[in-house]
Design a protein around this ligand. Structure first.
Ligand code: ZN
Length: 210
């Protein structure tokens, strides 16, 4: 009896550690676009390593029905991890462009994009729209539009050199752009949180005693 209680406690500990690691991973992903390129990789690797270790502990100690739920959560994390750095590069550029949308801090801009005649702001708006819709162009259009996009990015002055380099890398291999944007903006975070909620509630059920 005592042994069963102790085993149950160890199980619960592993479950909670896994849920914590996944929540931490989710938070890190959310904040990735705001970090520098090098820190992004470091933070992501650290957060995903915690998830992986905690997941192993669950698969070793956990009850089989809970392990199934944990596997689903882990699969979500692994899928997001694969896209996270590329998505963060695009998201970071979009956020920087958004900050140049007529913040009203410039003398020639009253804060109204409809009436703004300040070129850097207009360029930021055009560049943002182009980046958003980049994946919808075929290769020929991309080649034609690229110089306009580069011009607008330059004129907007919104991006740091590092952000530009990272964005260009993604523009150059624009296949699966929509997927990338999806991961960057909505991300499958909703799916991950659902899977985590199912895991947490499954892990708290008392084991059925035959
Ligand atoms: Zn403006």
């Amino acid at each position: 009896m005592q042994e069963a209680v102790e085993q149950r406690a160890r199980e619960q500990e592993a479950y909670e550690a896994f849920a914590d690691a996944v929540r931490g991973f989710d938070r890190v992903l959310e904040g990735l676009p705001d970090l520098g390129v090098v820190e992004r990789k470091t933070e992501l690797d650290a957060a995903f390593t915690l998830v992986r270790r905690a997941h192993s502990a669950v698969t070793i100690r956990g009850a089989s029905d809970v392990v199934v739920l944990a596997d689903d959560v882990y699969a979500q994390c692994a899928g997001m991890e694969r896209w996270a750095l590329r998505a963060a590069a695009v998201r970071s550029a979009l956020r920087a462009l958004e900050r140049q949308w007529c913040p009203g801090t410039e003398g020639r801009c009253e804060g109204d994009p409809e009436r703004c005649t300040y070129d850097p702001h207009n360029s930021a708006i055009v560049a943002h729209a182009m980046v958003e819709s980049w994946g919808g162009r075929d290769e020929l259009d991309q080649a034609e539009d690229r110089s306009l996009l580069e011009f607008c990015l330059e004129e907007s002055g919104a991006l740091s050199e590092e952000q530009l380099v990272a964005l260009r890398q993604e523009l150059n291999r624009a296949s699966s752009w929509d997927l990338l944007l999806g991961y960057g903006r909505r991300r499958p975070a909703g799916r991950l949180r659902e899977a985590l909620a199912a895991f947490v509630s499954g892990s708290r059920r008392e084991p059925s005693v035959a």
